[in-house]
Design a protein around this ligand. Structure first.
Ligand SMILES: [Mg+2]
Length: 123
């Protein structure tokens, strides 16, 4: 019998969960959760292993998420490739294996022609 793995989804933090209305402020997490973020994360966490993929230091994001009622932990495993736990947010700076990434800065890639057109339209 084949083991059934929980599928993982990576979620960006700034501009997706945190409003990031004033851009980078020296690492300070000053804003609030974006509308729909809390409910959507909770729904995703029931089915998927959700990890927050951020350039921020994980130990700064974990308490912010905990203050908002989420079970969250910082990634302390430098060799980690996977996250397969539902119900707990892993906060990591690593790009882990995932079926999808939710990111406000992403360009969905299908063909290089389409991708290069999207890059040309960046401001
Ligand atoms: Mg972002």
């Amino acid at each position: 019998m084949t083991k059934e793995y929980v599928k993982a989804i990576g979620v960006d933090f700034d501009g997706v969960i945190h409003d990031y209305a004033r851009g980078w402020q020296g690492g300070l997490i000053y804003g609030e959760m974006l509308p729909g973020a809390a409910e959507s994360l909770r729904a995703l966490m029931e089915t998927y292993a959700v990890f927050i993929h951020t350039t921020r230091e994980p130990h700064t994001v974990v308490p912010w998420m905990k203050d908002r009622g989420f079970h969250a932990e910082a990634d302390n495993d430098p060799g980690r490739r996977f996250w397969d736990t539902t119900g707990t947010l892993l906060v990591t700076q690593r790009k882990l294996v995932a079926i999808a990434f939710i990111d406000d800065r992403a360009i969905p890639h299908r063909t290089w022609d389409q991708t290069m057109q999207a890059v040309a339209q960046l401001y």
